[in-house]
Design a protein around this ligand. Structure first.
Ligand SMILES: Cc1cc2nc3c(=O)[nH]c(=O)nc-3n(C[C@H](O)[C@H](O)[C@H](O)COP(=O)(O)O)c2cc1C
Length: 214
């Protein structure tokens, strides 16, 4: 679904895909998950998350920051249309009037993967200056799950204090830190480990997730 012309309600209605709930009124609402991709290194985490969320019963709403578009291209060679094709709904980053800008729109939760220090700081400060930040703020105020895969190293005291503030507000701080007990064979094994933990945190575990079971 394309929201590239937010000014035209008619066009929006005509072009939007019909949610499952409208096709079959008796069916349960899909779990709507907002995925934000920002300009921290590790675009692959966001892309893998999109791939693992793509399943029946889950509706993916995608937001990519300008810097996120840049890092996705640099790190993976993919472009914005490639990402959008992996989501059910996508929005321009500046469309602060989109439905996910309102708490009245039911959403299961939101993951920012990867989450830059800039976006982390803006969320902590309540700066809803773009749709990604507004959606994160709404997620917190509605007491829904907000999972931040913050990627930076090393961290100064300001970064650490900001993470504490966000944890106090209810956000889940989930930096993509790899584990090695499952004997990863390649980079994607490491990526999958972090993404699977995030899916657990989201309450939408991957059916094929590998788990520690000695
Ligand atoms: C190649 C590249 C890698 C970057 N890696 C990081 C990073 O790991 N963490 C981070 O916080 N910022 C990183 N940045 C800087 C952010 O992209 C920059 O702060 C940007 O303003 C973030 O904007 P956004 O939060 O709207 O995406 C990186 C930038 C580039 C070009």
């Amino acid at each position: 679904m394309n929201y590239s012309d937010p000014g035209s309600e008619e066009q929006e209605k005509a072009s939007r895909s019909v949610p499952n709930s409208e096709q079959t009124p008796n069916r349960a609402e899909p779990a709507r998950v907002i995925v934000g991709i920002t300009g921290a290194s590790g675009a692959i985490y966001g892309i893998r998350l999109l791939e693992r969320l793509r399943r029946p019963g889950v509706e993916i709403h995608l937001l990519v920051s300008r810097s996120g578009i840049r890092t996705v291209e640099m790190e993976t060679g993919l472009r914005l249309p490639d990402l959008r094709a992996m989501a059910d709904v996508h929005y321009p980053i500046h469309d602060v009037g989109a439905r996910i800008a309102s708490g009245s729109y039911p959403v299961h939760g939101m993951v920012i993967a990867p989450c830059s220090i800039r976006t982390m700081s803006a969320i902590a400060a309540g700066l809803s200056s773009n749709l990604l930040l507004r959606a994160a703020d709404v997620t917190l105020k509605e007491r829904r799950r907000l999972i931040l895969m913050i990627r930076e190293s090393p961290l100064h005291l300001g970064h650490l204090r900001t993470m504490v503030a966000l944890a106090e507000m209810g956000a889940i701080i989930a930096p993509p830190i790899p584990a090695f007990y499952h004997r990863p064979q390649n980079v994607m094994d490491l990526v999958d480990y972090s993404v699977e933990r995030v899916l657990d945190l989201l309450g939408l575990p991957a059916p094929d997730a590998r788990r520690w079971d000695p």
